[in-house]
Design a protein around this ligand. Structure first.
Ligand code: NAD
Length: 502
């Protein structure tokens, strides 16, 4: 591991309030939380905490916009405003990217790119807005015209985590808007500023006031959205525990949900793989973004014939990872996002060793220049048994657990032996084996000879505890619609009121 530093983190202390009905809205009470820059460890921002009253004001604003201008607007116009919003975000990618780095310490290059490609997502979903069609049903009663209308749900709550704030916000908000809904967004308490800036850019792009509202706060604020009777669906991205709690509350009042939750994804390397590609793919899966992605390939299963060689290569590469200032392009891994995440990473590495794993490299807190932030060296654990806690629990940090396997059947059992099912990677040059594995693995996404790839038009979501529903692709829009069946008698026949007509 080498270090790159630059004294470029001079954040002015900022104060943020909610963004409701197209304007800043402070709370009437004096409840705030503060945000820490994970690179420096210094406080940089103060955010209002929305209580039930603030949430109600935001939901009422979204409800008015839903009943008003947004639903009266043509779908094409709605779509073109979404594209304009995407352009505004892309044009401000540097600003948004730097804000994200201040909040969560991820690499500027990645945070900026995520803001740039928000345009691809908003253009795609904006383009779908005027392609939402009902159908005409050929009934047996030939005198009746029966057709369906695909209608929006109303106000949608969007609750997001801190790891890829802009990207994950757009992934949920874009299909919701394309379907004609309005939104109340509660961003993570770690990354609230970018959400507010995105909403401000939506106003600049011409999206009507009230269509996108942002309330900041802690868990209680999220719960107030979940419990609000006018919120017809919640699109939640976050941890499994919170997702289950939210689903339970929404089920009580028969509101729907999409859940994008955690993962413990296997990355499986067969001996016939291109080892250079596999090495890069396993590294990208766990150390890119310092392991703080839901799709982290945190379990590597390596065939016994190439185990020693690949472990050796991975360890050498991990040692050379440039840990440092996330604003520099030369940096490969920045800090982790919070002191709690750092403590969790260190604890899990210690537990993994207690459970019998060998630490081949890393897993220690390190200092980088004068930065006082939350830096940890990339950890490689080898000989990890299936019941080791690090194999079973999501870490959400740069911690790779490696185990050996003998054959295809064994590795399928090991890979599927997890409550999670978000993603899986398979490295092989045997085309038949690759597609066999794709069928056998219990995961919402399977990557063959690649990893960490997503697209706006390819469905993404989890099997098992990793989630319910899909983001990206046309189905994402469908999940924000409900279907109405319209019946119209075209004939003049007077019906017998006591005979059912079938
Ligand atoms: P988290 O569950 O702690 O918080 C996510 C959001 O939910 C935050 O805004 C939080 O304030 C809110 N929240 C928490 N409990 C709530 C409750 N009971 N009711 C309402 N709102 C509540 O998750 P996190 O630590 O911010 O993010 C990390 C997790 O997110 C990881 O598990 C990661 O795998 C997951 N994630 C999943 C995806 C995906 O697409 N599947 C993407 C990114 C992150």
């Amino acid at each position: 591991m080498s270090a790159a530093v630059s004294p470029s983190h001079e954040d002015p202390y900022r104060k943020y309030v909610h963004f409701v009905d197209g304007a800043d809205r402070d709370t009437d009470h004096d409840h705030y939380f503060e945000s820490v820059n994970p690179t420096t460890g210094r406080l940089w921002g103060r955010f209002a905490i929305a209580d039930d009253v603030d949430v109600d004001v935001a939901v009422q604003s979204a409800h008015r916009a839903f009943r008003g201008e947004w639903s009266q607007m043509s779908a094409s116009k709605r779509g073109s405003l979404m594209t304009r919003w995407g352009e505004a975000i892309a044009n401000n990618a540097d600003f948004i990217g730097r804000l994200e780095v201040t909040q969560n310490g991820k690499l500027l290059a990645e945070m900026k790119l995520q803001a740039q490609i928000a345009l691809d997502w908003l253009r795609y979903f904006g383009g779908l807005a005027d392609k939402i069609e009902g159908s005409v049903i050929p009934l047996n009663q030939t005198s009746v015209l029966n057709y369906t209308l695909r209608e929006p749900l109303g106000v949608v709550g969007v609750i997001t985590p801190w790891n890829s704030p802009t990207f994950l916000t757009i992934m949920s908000v874009a299909p919701a808007l394309a379907a004609g809904n309005t939104v109340v967004l509660k961003p993570s308490e770690v990354t609230s500023a970018s959400a507010i800036e995105l909403a401000r850019l939506a106003k600049v792009a011409g999206i009507p006031d009230g269509v996108i509202n942002v309330v900041t706060g802690l868990r209680r604020t999220g719960e107030a959205i979940v419990d609000h009777p006018l919120v017809r669906k919640v699109a939640f991205t976050g941890s499994v525990g919170a997702g289950k709690a939210i689903a339970g509350r929404l089920s009580q009042r028969l509101a729907s949900y999409t859940l994008e939750l955690g993962g413990k994804s296997p990355n499986i390397v067969f001996p016939d793989a291109n080892l250079d590609q596999a090495e890069a793919g396993v590294l990208a899966g766990i150390f890119a973004a310092a392991g703080q992605t839901c799709i982290a390939g945190s379990r590597a299963y390596i065939h016994e014939a190439i185990y020693d060689e690949l472990v050796d290569r991975l360890t050498r590469r991990a040692k050379s990872i440039v840990l440092g200032d996330p604003l520099l392009t030369s940096t490969q891994m920045g800090p982790v996002a919070t002191s709690a995440q750092l403590e969790k990473d260190l604890t899990i590495v210690a537990q993994a060793r207690d459970d019998g794993a060998e630490l081949a490299y890393g897993g220690e807190r390190v200092s980088v220049g004068d930065f006082g932030g939350y830096f940890i060296s990339p950890a490689i654990l080898t000989g990890v048994s299936q019941n080791n806690r690090v194999m079973r629990n999501e870490v959400f940090g740069p911690v790779l657990a490696i185990a050996k396997f003998k054959d295809e059947d064994e590795v399928v059992c090991l890979a599927n032996d997890s409550p999670f099912g978000l993603a899986a990677g398979v490295w092989t040059n045997d085309i038949k084996r690759g597609h066999r594995m794709a069928r056998r693995l219990e995961a919402g996404t399977v990557w063959l000879n690649t990893y960490r790839a997503l697209a706006f038009n390819s469905p993404f979501g989890g099997y098992k505890d990793s989630g319910v529903g899909r983001v990206n692709g046309i189905d994402a829009v469908n999940s924000f619609l409900q279907t109405k069946s319209v019946w119209c008698e075209l004939g003049d026949e007077v019906r017998d009121p006591f005979v059912l007509k079938a």
